[in-house]
Design a protein. Structure first.
Length: 219
C-alpha cells in the first residue's frame, strides 16, 4: 500500500550539492517555513529564529568558516541559519517568556502563574538547566531541531531536497551574526544551518538499522 509520508522519508537525504539552475518557488518555500513555524517546542516557548541568507556576498563570507557547507552554500536555492535564544530570553521569569504566555498564547493570569511555577521547577530541579549558560542554550537548541526536522520532512514531501549542517566554527559564526547580520548575540546563538534545493545527482540507497535493533517493548 502506498504511503506518501514514508515515501518522503525514503526520498530525503542529506544533499551535499544541489543543482544550482533550479530554484524553489515562493509558495513551496513558504510552505516549508510554515512547517517550521508551526513546530512544537518545550512549554511552547518557540526559542527559534530563522535567517534566510540569499545574498551571495554573505554566503561567501559564511563559506570561510563553515566547513560543512562548502558544497551547499554555492548551490542551494535557499540557505538558512537557525538561531536559538540564550539565557536572557529562556530563563523563567524573562520578558520573552512573559510575552509568549500573555501575547501569543493569550493565557489567563491563573494559567500564567501555573506555567511560571512549572517552568521554574523544570529549570531548577527537573533538568538542572541553570547550572551554566551553555546547559540552558543546549536545551533550547534541542527545540530548534524539532523545527529543523519538520522543515526537512515537509520539503521532502513536496520533492525538495535539504541538508542539515552543524559544520561551522561557533566563535566565527557569532562574529558573523553580529557584524554582518546585526544580530544581538547576547540574545541569540547559532544552533544549526539548513540548505534547500534540488539534488544534482541521485543518492545511494538509504541505509538504517532495523526496527529490531533499535526498539525495546515493555508490555
Amino acid at each position: 500500500m502506498e504511503n506518501k509520508f514514508l515515501d518522503a522519508m525514503i526520498f530525503r537525504h542529506a544533499c551535499k550539492e544541489f543543482d544550482n539552475s533550479k530554484k524553489i518557488s515562493e509558495d513551496d518555500f513558504n510552505l516549508i517555513l510554515e512547517a517550521g513555524r508551526l513546530s512544537p517546542s518545550s512549554f511552547g516557548y518557540e526559542p527559534w529564529k530563522f535567517l534566510i541568507v540569499q545574498n551571495e556576498q554573505l554566503r561567501d563570507k559564511l563559506k570561510e568558516f563553515t566547513w560543512g557547507a562548502q558544497g551547499t552554500l554555492p548551490t542551494a536555492s535557499h540557505f538558512m541559519i537557525i538561531l536559538t535564544r540564550k539565557r536572557p530570553s529562556m530563563i523563567y521569569g524573562s520578558e520573552y517568556v512573559q510575552h509568549i504566555m500573555e501575547d501569543i498564547k493569550q493565557l489567563p493570569q491563573e494559567a500564567i502563574d501555573r506555567y511560571k511555577q512549572f517552568y521554574e521547577k523544570f529549570q531548577k530541579e527537573d533538568f538542572n538547566l541553570l547550572e551554566s549558560d551553555r546547559t540552558l542554550f543546549d536545551w533550547a537548541c534541542k527545540q530548534t531541531y524539532i523545527s529543523l526536522a519538520n522543515m526537512m520532512t515537509c520539503a521532502a514531501y513536496i520533492g525538495i531536497d535539504s541538508c542539515p549542517i552543524e559544520g561551522f566554527d561557533a566563535t566565527q559564526m557569532e562574529q558573523f551574526l553580529s557584524e554582518e547580520l546585526n544580530i544581538n548575540t547576547d540574545e541569540f546563538g547559532a544552533s544549526v544551518m539548513l540548505a534547500f534545493g534540488y539534488r544534482k545527482e541521485e543518492p545511494r540507497e538509504k541505509t538504517r538499522q532495523s526496527q529490531e535493533e533499535i526498539l525495546s517493548w515493555y508490555i
